[in-house]
Design a binder for this molecule. Sequence first.
Ligand code: UD1
Ligand code: F6R
Length: 371
Amino acid sequence: NKGKYEHYMQKEIHEQPESLTTTMRGRLIRGGSCKAKTVLLGGLKDHLKTIRRSRRIVFVGCGTSYNAALAARSIVEELSGIPVTMEIASDLVDRQGPIYREDTAVFVSQSGETADTLLALEYALENGALCVGITNTVGSAIARHTHCGVHINAGCEIGVASTKAYTSQIVVMAMLALAIGADTLSNQARREAIIDGLFYLPRKVKEVLKLDKEMKDLAKLLIAEQSLLVFGRGYNYATALEGALKVKEVALMHSEGILAGEMKHGPLALVDENLPIVVIATRDSCFSKQQSVIQQLHARKGRLIVMCAEGDKASVSVGGSSRVIEVPHVVDCLQPVINVVPLQLLAYHLTVLRGYNVDQPRNLAKSVTTQ
Ligand code: UD1
Ligand code: F6R
């Protein structure tokens, strides 16, 4: 049931304040004055000791689910102190990459039925790793075959392009980081700041959704373009990849997410006055580096659309030529949840304006059960 919306993708983008609330329901514990705030993931509580002892955490997924894990990678590393590596499921299987008994392998999948991810799971099970699932589908193959896991509880996702599952996956992996790091005293203030951030997150997502009209106007400007680049780094490299994936899969427009730190190692050659480029420059430890990326792109006459935190317009504008999207500021590791929303809206509007099928892009299936 699409309710007041025209398409499932539109509905699912707009219901993210609610889906994120359900994802967190019963899992965030706000302590009293002297009790620390903490998270409770029922499906993991008996396995946290084993996870904390593992030598490595390996995130495995495809498409949007991989991007969500990438968005959470650094907060998991920071709070757990355990090295985290990333695997695209098909590539892990193709390489028969090393997976050990001392590893915790985390399988991220909205449907829980993706063939590539399932094959990677079988492979990791054979190699003796602790296998953890993060899925939206109770009773799915991945939920059944993993040793333990967390249901993201985002509610049924119908649009082929994953939107609300992406933001809920990131939130669950941030909670996973908090749970693994929960016995480390030195992290306590940081953990509490993140838990506060989680409490406010649905409200901030509601705010960022108000950019709907602005993103529709931007889509009108970009309707006839051949290509769109999205530059991000740090926490928001994943946002760049995910924004580009949305534009490519539903609007059928070439789009590429680029790690801004790689700009000078090739992508800069593409920059001219015609190619539109989104630069994500919200506030975190990479902000000043992104300011310099903006300047360098501007110096090559790049057609920039800059995403920055509210109030930062002046700090990211160069020569008055770039377009600026201001988004609410949240704690750095949760900022990807906010930043992806305008890009989801942009992909949605571009698709509708270009006259393509939003909910069922050509050649794609919601659940990819074949290799
Ligand atoms: C569970 C109940 C929830 C109830 C809550 C109350 C289910 C599905 N969930 O939620 O309805 O409100 O207790 O305390 O009945 N699992 C995997 N692999 C996965 C995902 C999950 O093995 O990919 C396992 C978990 O380890 C756990 C079980 O499935 O044993 C349920 O996981 P989850 O729904 O996340 O647990 P709770 O949040 O505790
Ligand atoms: C993108 C998209 C795909 C899926 C991928 C994995 O919007 O939907 O990239 O993310 O096929 O699917 P799941 O998460 O079901 O394993």
